[in-house]
Write a protein that binds this ligand. Structure first.
Ligand SMILES: CC(C)(COP(=O)(O)OP(=O)(O)OC[C@H]1O[C@@H](n2cnc3c(N)ncnc32)[C@H](O)[C@@H]1OP(=O)(O)O)[C@@H](O)C(=O)NCCC(=O)NCCS
Length: 243
């Protein structure tokens, strides 16, 4: 089969130090990540796989592997976090967006290996994906999240996503954001932050993303506490969390 490699976007390569001091390399996916991607998916817990794929997926089919690793880095961009170990590369996180026919609209998905969750990687992957999506001209990024997926819903609140209901999907919450507006917000916050401070998006940016959400549900307040209380009532889960 002929396959011409699209230009590799090296600007998205980075090395991150996680909350526990471990380092991972983050980079756009490559076709040779097919086997590591399969191992990544197989190693996820059943709950994480279900939350990622919304189905009882144990492993990826060859067609899915091909589709997920041979990407054009423009309309389909995937970032993987990897550890280089003695026996080769191990993927510990991935986040991607895939554009619709209208290249300004895209859907995202994200997963972090179970042993690596809670270290800040999900947040950084999603922030990096927002920057990449903004750079590609995406103005409406959406993801469907299971209603009981508290970590993902909390992460979405943190990053300023708006919440809505996908039509005819009672078990899911649709989270949406305008990546360009979100990045402008976080850049402004970084500019205002004290030297050495961690850039964090502020507020919940419901204005920017709210415009494009069908049946938009607005958060009843502009504090993290109000947002978490709102999510708890929505999902039936108690807050504060226990990890
Ligand atoms: C959702 C997911 C990607 C989060 O990744 P992560 O690396 O664990 O997240 P982080 O450590 O960056 O945490 C980011 C935020 O999420 C929230 N969060 C993380 N774990 C949480 C938990 N167990 N309970 C509640 N909130 C949690 C917090 O708000 C946290 O912000 P903080 O660090 O400022 O407190 C990860 O749990 C995952 O891969 N889940 C399985 C797949 C999935 O659900 N994908 C989403 C489908 S769209």
């Amino acid at each position: 089969m002929n396959y011409e490699l699209p230009p590799y976007p090296t600007q998205f390569i980075d090395v991150w130090r996680l909350r526990d001091g471990q380092r991972v390399t983050v980079r756009p996916i490559l076709p040779q990540d097919a086997q590591p991607s399969q191992q990544f998916v197989r190693a996820l817990s059943q709950r994480s796989r279900h939350r990622r794929f919304h189905a009882a997926v144990n492993e990826l089919t060859p067609a899915m592997l091909e589709r997920l690793t041979r990407v054009d880095h423009v309309r389909h961009l995937a970032l993987v976090a990897e550890r280089v170990e003695q026996h080769g590369t191990v993927l510990v996180g991935e986040a991607r967006f895939v554009c619709a026919d209208d290249p300004r609209r895209a859907e995202f998905a994200i997963a972090v290996a179970d042993d690596w969750q809670g270290l800040g990687m999900g947040r950084r992957l999603l922030e990096a994906l927002l920057h990449a999506a903004a750079a590609r001209g995406v103005r409406h990024l959406a993801g469907d999240v299971m209603r009981d997926n508290r970590p993902m819903l909390a992460l979405a609140v943190r990053l300023g996503f708006s919440f809505g209901s996908p039509p005819a999907e009672p078990g899911l919450v649709r989270v949406t954001i305008d990546p360009l507006a979100a990045c402008a917000d976080s850049d402004r916050t970084a500019d205002q932050a004290a030297p050495g401070g961690r850039p964090r998006p502020t507020g919940f940016a419901t204005g920017a993303a709210g415009r494009v959400v069908e049946k938009s549900i607005h958060l009843p307040g502009h504090s993290m506490f109000a947002a978490m209380t709102w999510i708890s009532s929505f999902t039936g889960l108690a807050w504060p969390r226990s990890r």
